[in-house]
Design a protein around this ligand. Structure first.
Ligand code: SAM
Length: 224
């Protein structure tokens, strides 16, 4: 991971990683796992939509919490085969920081083990009985257009749009739509107008839903 700039982290309450580059936490300080389940898993209609070969894609891998929560839901759903997961990340976390962050979620310990083993060896492909994951390192504004996949569900998880506008810009969200299977979905914790407009312009039918914790609204999108 030498060619990429590593994430710079400080810790809030000793447990929640905060990016010093973007001055924003990686997930809710209230309960990161509950937020992930509400926004990204339920927001994309999961686990009900899971089927063999299901493919989730994500902008912003961070700690891997979203992937592990989705994987836990996949295993509980007993869908045959492996969950496919592709995430785009420009500033990979150091393995020790990822381990410290994920230690706050003991119910994901089994799912986290292969991720942490791979990450500490500089591997970005994680393959287990239940998971086939790939983390694409580099700026998503360049790497997504080179990707050949089409996701059944997108987790749009950049830092707050005001702090990390790169990950919410309209042409990147157009690329997201181009890399989404028909009648498939995206979800994000933000309900910022510029994000909702950009998703609508990209072809998604956009819906505002109740947000997690202190956030009043979140956004889901669906392609025709
Ligand atoms: C809110 S965090 C993601 C949290 C993550 N999904 C998790 O489960 O921990 C946002 C992530 O987007 C990444 N990011 C910011 N700008 C990016 C860019 N231009 N391309 C790819 N990743 C980017 C950050 O480094 C950070 O890891």
């Amino acid at each position: 991971m030498t060619e990429n700039q590593q994430a710079e982290i400080e810790w809030r309450d000793g447990a929640v990683p905060v990016s010093t580059r973007f001055a924003d936490p990686y997930y809710s300080r209230q309960d990161g796992l509950a937020e992930t389940r509400h926004v990204f898993v339920a927001g994309n209609g999961l686990p009900d939509r899971f089927r063999p070969g299901f493919h989730i894609a994500e902008l912003g891998f961070g700690t891997g919490l979203n992937m592990l929560a989705a994987l836990k839901a996949w295993i509980a759903s007993a869908t045959p085969g492996r969950l496919r997961f592709t995430s785009f990340e420009a500033f990979p976390m150091a393995a020790r920081d990822m381990a410290q962050a994920l230690a706050a979620f003991p119910e994901l310990t089994d799912q986290a083990r292969p991720l942490l083993a791979a990450w500490s060896e500089g591997r970005t492909r994680i393959e287990t009985d239940h998971l086939d994951a790939r983390i694409v390192l580099g700026d998503a504004r360049e790497s997504l257009s080179e990707w050949h996949g089409r996701a059944d569900a997108w987790f749009l998880d950049g830092f707050a749009p005001a702090r990390n506008p790169e990950l919410w810009q309209p042409d990147l969200l157009q690329e997201v739509a181009l890399h989404t299977a028909p009648r498939s979905t995206c979800a994000t914790y933000t309900a910022a107008g510029l994000v909702r407009r950009a998703l609508a312009d990209a072809g998604f039918t956009v819906e505002r839903r109740p947000g997690f914790g202190r956030k009043r609204h979140m956004t889901v999108g669906r392609l025709p």
